[in-house]
Design a protein around this ligand. Structure first.
Ligand code: HEM
Length: 57
C-alpha cells in the first residue's frame, strides 16, 4: 500500500473491506495526516460515509 493522497474511487481504497474502511475513518491512520472521526461522528454516521465511498466505485 502506497500512502499519500489517495483517490477515494481508486483500487487502493476500494479494495479495503467495509469494516476496514469503517476503522480507517473512525480511528484515522497513524503516522499520516489522516485524522480519526470517532470524536465527532457517531458509528452510524461513519457507516454512512463508508456507503458514500462505495457509491464512488
Ligand atoms: C470520506 C472519508 C474520508 C475523509 C472525510 C477523510 C478526511 C481526511 C482529512 C481531513 C485529511 C487531512 C488532510 C490535511 O489537512 O492534511 C486526510 C488525510 C489522509 N487520509 Fe483521509 N479521509 C477519508 C478517507 C480516507 C481513506 C478511506 C483513507 C485510506 C484508505 C484515507 C487516508 C488518508 C491519508 C493517507 C491521509 C494523509 C494524506 C497526506 O497528507 O499525505 N482517508 N483525510
Amino acid at each position: 500500500m502506497r500512502w499519500g493522497l489517495l483517490a477515494l474511487d481508486s483500487d487502493n481504497v476500494q479494495s479495503y473491506s467495509d469494516r476496514e474502511l469503517f476503522s480507517i475513518i473512525r480511528d484515522g491512520v497513524r503516522f499520516t495526516g489522516m485524522p480519526g472521526f470517532a470524536g465527532t461522528e457517531t458509528d452510524d454516521q461513519i457507516w454512512d460515509v463508508v456507503d458514500y465511498l462505495r457509491s464512488l466505485r
